[in-house]
Design a protein around this ligand. Structure first.
Ligand code: THU
Length: 160
């Protein structure tokens, strides 16, 4: 038996104001999307904004349902729309912000496992990294230079 260590790297900005200009404005789009989320059951609003390499920005937010599992996260709402409308256009970057009506969100809130898996699919498909910035409502912003950092041991088409 041998031990296998898996490492990944994240960068943390103290506040949103420290972000590179383009990431800052994409995060603002994520805020706008977040504030339009339909989340009456969890009171947890999430917004995602995606920059495509044709300059287009796609946004999405979480959409909940009285039948809970029928709802969808912000990241997948946005990325599936991007994939459906721009199947051959690469995704450059994604910005995500989450707020809760129940408690303050001042720490970076990472995308859930299912969303990481969905983003991974597109990163692998386009053969170039997708930058991910994520945060709560305020405070630190985390940056990953690739989805791969957030999902080591990805399940992908190579095993099928
Ligand atoms: N949610 C997202 O939109 N993205 C995530 O990555 C995690 C969770 C949503 C789903 C649900 O509407 C609410 O947040 C609480 O889980």
């Amino acid at each position: 038996m041998k031990e296998v260590k898996i490492e990944s790297t994240l960068y943390v900005f103290e506040t949103m104001e420290e972000l590179p200009k383009e990431a800052f404005s994409l995060m603002q789009k994520a805020f706008e999307a977040r504030d339009k989320a339909y989340a009456p059951y969890s009171n947890f609003n999430v917004g995602a904004a995606i920059l495509l390499d044709n300059g287009e920005i796609i946004t999405g937010n979480n959409q909940e349902n009285a039948s809970y599992p029928s709802g969808l996260c912000a990241e997948r709402t946005a990325i599936y729309y991007a994939g459906s409308q721009y199947p051959n256009t690469k995704i450059v970057r994604m910005a995500i912000s989450a707020t809760s009506k129940n408690k303050p969100t001042a720490n970076p809130i990472p995308p859930c496992g299912a969303c990481r898996q969905a983003i991974a699919e597109y990163e692998i498909k386009q053969k170039s990294p997708i930058e991910i910035y994520f945060m709560g409502e305020t405070g630190n912003v985390a940056k990953s230079t690739s989805l791969a950092n957030l999902l080591p041991l990805v399940f992908d088409k190579s095993v099928l």
